[in-house]
Write a protein that binds this ligand. Structure first.
Ligand code: ADP
Ligand code: MG
Length: 349
């Protein structure tokens, strides 16, 4: 997976393309140099006459920013509007909570709140949500349960949404019994689902990643070639910068505010981080409790601090970053080798 991109001069580029070809004949040599000029003109000059447009908005409990380049104001604002709307649309489909951007969601049928409000009976749901649930089931199996979207009732007890609290032990043990994907039944072809009573689904570990991919796809379809979407720990770089340079994305240091672990250069790449430094609280005993839960214990996962996943899909990188965080710094890197299209950064103290 190519996530680093640097501008190269002709000698460097010739070298990259293979010096052996250059030695074969003068004719090929000339053609190649001509081709290199064309490549350079297109890569360096493609951003001419473009203007920057940007927007910040709040969706999925996260401040989202989109920066893009477009050739005129009409396209610039259309692209921002469509991408923003897409975040709200996915939020309405996937959120467990009512909020201003998901208003009226209870009256709509077929979204996640509808599923959670109708446990114990088979209901028809939005086909896109059905597809997402089926992908989540596959990823749950692949990660041996480290990624588990059935932890909604456990998350409710911790209540990180409102600052967080340590749950009562008995209550936690009771709701842990109501987790596990074997309690979720997806009926193929008819977009129907049945979840057992007491089970509550939570798509918080992948919704922003999925929405980021979908928003990027919308921008692409509108002809946008250079954009950066930042949905909290989910970043997607569409194309490169108009100058031909890669986008530069900083990975936040999990323990030092305003410092970065690394600055990555990226183009057409998702960079997703799961960390213990958000949606957390410190108990009277000085213990840090955070929102990424170990599905076996129902307690926050303790084996990692920050895990970044870099790869082609923000949706999958989001799922993987949560799962690898749960697996921790010892098991996670080994498991990640199964997915060579993704690179990872595990923070060690
Ligand atoms: P963020 O929400 O900050 O992007 P993550 O992508 O890692 O972070 O998702 C964490 C969220 O996913 C939690 O807030 C919770 O809603 C849910 N969650 C917690 N633990 C798990 C888990 N083991 N598997 C799947 N979802 C989880
Ligand atoms: Mg995630």
């Amino acid at each position: 997976m190519e996530f680093k991109m640097r501008r190269l001069n002709i000698r460097q580029l010739s070298f990259k393309l293979g010096i052996k070809i250059l030695n074969k004949s003068r004719a090929i040599n000339k053609c190649l140099i001509a081709l290199l000029f064309v490549l350079l003109i297109f890569s360096g000059g493609c951003g001419l006459n473009l203007k920057p447009y940007s927007r910040e908005f709040f969706a999925m409990d996260t401040l989202i920013t989109i920066e893009l380049y477009a050739k005129n104001d009409a396209l610039g604002s259309l692209a921002l509007n469509k991408a923003e709307e897409e975040f709200y649309r996915i939020a309405r489909l996937t959120t467990r909570f009512s909020s201003p951007d998901t208003a009226n969601t209870k009256e709509e049928t077929g979204n996640l709140q509808f599923i959670n409000a109708n446990t114990g009976r088979e209901v028809e749901i939005d086909p896109e949500l059905w597809y997402l649930l089926s992908r989540c089931r596959i990823w749950g199996e692949r990660t041996n349960g480290a990624f588990d979207i059935s932890l909604g009732a456990v998350s409710d007890l911790w209540d990180f949404q409102h600052g967080g609290q340590i749950p009562d032990k008995e209550e936690l043990a009771e709701v842990l019994e109501k987790t596990g994907f074997e309690k979720v039944f997806l009926v193929r072809d008819v977009n129907r689902v049945l979840i057992e009573p007491g089970v509550s689904l939570d798509l918080g570990a992948m919704a922003k990643g999925y929405a980021t991919d979908k928003a990027a796809q919308i921008l692409r379809e509108l002809g946008i070639k250079h954009a950066l979407i930042n949905a909290g720990g989910n970043v997607y770089t569409l194309g490169c910068q108009p100058t031909g340079e890669p986008w530069r994305v900083g990975i936040k240091h999990p323990r030092k505010a305003d410092e970065y672990l690394e600055i990555l250069e990226a183009a057409d790449t998702a960079i997703v981080t799961s960390g213990d430094y958000q949606r957390n609280f410190i108990s009277d005993e000085g213990i840090l409790y955070h929102h990424i839960l170990n599905p076996e214990t129902g307690f926050p996962a303790t084996e990692s601090i920050s895990v970044t996943v870099i790869g082609p899909s923000s949706f999958e990188a989001d799922i993987l970053s949560t799962a690898l965080f749960v697996m921790g710094n010892k098991k996670g890197p080994e498991f990640a080798k199964n997915f060579p299209q993704f690179k990872t950064i595990f923070y060690e103290e």
